[in-house]
Design a protein around this ligand. Structure first.
Ligand code: UDP
Ligand code: MG
Length: 316
């Protein structure tokens, strides 16, 4: 493959960020211009319902370094980043949010570390401003829980804000899973990694696009993609409950032959409910994994592009 002429691609997923796009774009350009490198900014419009798209196309008309991919509908943050990754041309690639929470001013530091020979440089948040206590708490607990049940080391207190080398991008593109959990996938890929610390700012404008429902789904993708622990728990619960049931059977038989059998409604009731609950839990866990297998077997495209100014996307 010919050496790419672009040194750095910046990928930004966008869902209803009309208030933030122009200031964000200006901040990125201000951060990158002094470096004297060739860069591109790739906006992936993930089915925004506000004016984000016309703002992005406007920016791309003013500046040839601004590329965009416009989805046919909302496919989700991880898929939007993945689409950007698929079409980024840079030798190195920065992934960041479009709401100003990931400061573009940090990119030169990420780049500097990368040039020292690290294929992955992630931005580690020291503080998180403007996010609810519950969000911070659930995030903290979740990442520590995930770290405990998976073999791979997913760095704590990081989002997707990071710089990766083209080598890592190439491997990612060969991981066709439908449910993306990029921070896990990148950790799984390996290579040399390091981090740069920063204080996470508040969103510049608008509200978070991540509802608790979306966060739950994302967390389940993280767990099911990188751990079989819940399946093992189901098995262990099965064993434990069978053990208890076995003792209860002996107890019941003893009562039948040597004791009284009149009473027992309460224990019967409790054991039926308990067994029912454990069985449903086991089936539910199986279902989570099976559902993902089924989607991977269907192998549908993970996103559909409506429009783009990237040449390779418009050829077919
Ligand atoms: N985003 C997206 N698709 C979605 C939800 C979010 O492309 O379905 C984008 C959003 O525009 C932002 C980034 O992903 O650039 C992170 O979203 P957000 O700031 O709402 O998440 P939070 O920082 O609150 O976790
Ligand atoms: Mg945000």
């Amino acid at each position: 493959m010919a050496a790419s002429k672009i040194d750095l691609s910046v990928i930004i997923p966008i869902y209803n960020e009309e208030m933030n796009l122009v200031p964000m774009n200006n901040r990125i350009i201000a951060a990158l211009s002094p470096l004297g490198i060739h860069y591109e900014i790739v906006y992936v419009n993930d089915g925004s319902k506000d004016n984000s798209l016309p703002i992005i196309t406007g920016l791309s008309e003013e500046n040839a370094s601004v590329k965009y991919i416009d989805f046919s509908r909302n496919f989700g943050h991880q898929i939007a980043i993945s689409a950007g990754l698929e079409h980024a041309m840079g030798e190195r690639i920065v992934i960041m949010d479009g709401d100003g929470q990931d400061p573009p001013e940090l990119i030169p530091d990420l780049l500097k570390k990368s040039l020292e020979g690290f294929e992955v440089v992630y931005a580690k948040r020291k503080k998180r401003k403007g996010e609810s206590f519950l969000k911070k708490l659930t995030a903290k607990l979740f990442y520590r829980f995930l770290a405990n049940i998976t073999q791979i080391e997913i760095p704590l207190d990081t989002g997707d804000f990071r710089l990766i080398h083209r080598k890592v991008q190439k491997v990612l593109l060969n991981m066709p899973e439908q449910h993306k959990y990029l921070r896990g996938q990148i950790a799984w890929i390996g290579f040399n990694s390091t981090f740069v610390e920063y204080d996470r700012e508040e969103r510049m404008g608008g509200n978070t696009k991540f509802t608790y429902g979306k966060m739950m789904r994302f967390a389940t993708d993280g767990i099911s993609g990188f751990s079989n622990w819940p399946l093992k728990v189901a098995t262990m619960l099965g064993f434990a409950v069978s053990g208890i049931a076995f003792m209860l059977i002996i107890y019941s038989l003893y009562q039948k032959f040597f004791g009284f059998t009149e009473v027992g409604w309460t224990s019967l009731h409790i054991s039926v409910l308990f067994l029912g609950g454990v069985q449903l839990l086991g089936i539910g866990i199986l279902g989570e994994y099976l559902g993902r297998v089924s989607e991977n077997v269907k192998n549908r495209p993970t996103y559909i592009v409506k429009n783009s100014n990237i040449q390779t996307l418009n050829e077919s």
